[in-house]
Design a protein around this ligand. Structure first.
Ligand SMILES: Cc1cc2nc3c(=O)[nH]c(=O)nc-3n(C[C@H](O)[C@H](O)[C@H](O)COP(=O)(O)O)c2cc1C
Length: 212
């Protein structure tokens, strides 16, 4: 992309962001008559029965008990190519990769809520989830609309401060998109697959889903 287009795209993006910020301040979330939401859950763990997926199962149970419609995308079992910064999408267009990200593209715009679930990998989110979030770049022009959001994080250490970078990343992302945080399950001290079952976190995840 030449410099002129870059500036043009930046201006468009800035306008969309500004509009998103205004809209998120003044327009209530568009939820249907019965207050039932479409919730997109994006998971990042390659452990099918791992700790974050267990929390997600509990969250979904609570949300569906309340009548919400949940769609789930397990990044670790999908084909999502990392963004290569070719800029062909212009931040709001077709990506050069025709892969499983199409599911996100088809489901995120009309979702009322997006849930991010990830294990902590070297103090960050998993690469599988990050690849999906990076590809938001190609739909950036369509997702600065009011949505609820939640974070589910699992990690082995007991220190709360180690979760801060991921929490900050999530908060800055939401601020940029104009989305509203409605809950965070930060599950520390869970290392082996299934160890989260011996904690209170599954109940918390269920209650979060049920509270919506
Ligand atoms: C590659 C890798 C990196 C990890 N890095 C961290 C870390 O930085 N801090 C930590 O407390 N746990 C770390 N862990 C442990 C996982 O976060 C922990 O086992 C978590 O419960 C896994 O969630 P899951 O079962 O949903 O995959 C790491 C595990 C792996 C496999």
């Amino acid at each position: 992309m030449n410099r002129r287009n870059f500036i043009k795209n930046s201006l468009i993006t800035a306008s969309v962001m500004a509009l998103g910020a205004i809209v998120s301040k003044f327009v209530p979330l568009k939820i249907n008559k019965e207050n039932k939401m479409k919730i997109l859950v994006i998971t990042g763990s390659p452990r099918k029965n791992g700790n974050s997926n267990t929390l997600v199962d509990n969250f979904i149970k609570g949300a569906t008990e309340n009548g919400h419609n949940v769609v789930r995308f397990d990044s670790a079992f999908k084909n999502v190519h990392p963004c290569v910064a070719c800029n062909k999408c212009g931040m709001d267009g077709d990506c050069v990769f025709n892969d499983d990200f199409n599911f996100i593209k088809e489901n995120i715009v009309d979702s009322d809520m997006v849930v991010f679930a990830t294990p902590m990998y070297y103090f960050g989110i998993s690469a599988q989830l990050k690849a999906v979030i990076d590809r938001f770049y190609s739909i950036n022009g369509k997702i600065h609309t009011p949505k609820k959001s939640a974070l589910i994080l699992t990690y082995a250490d007991a220190s709360a401060s180690e979760a801060e970078p991921i929490k900050k990343h999530y908060e800055v992302l939401l601020n940029y998109l104009g989305w509203q945080d409605v809950g965070q399950i930060i599950a520390s001290g869970v290392w082996t697959e299934g160890s989260v079952n011996n904690t209170d976190y599954p109940k918390q995840a269920h209650e979060l889903g049920k509270s919506l």
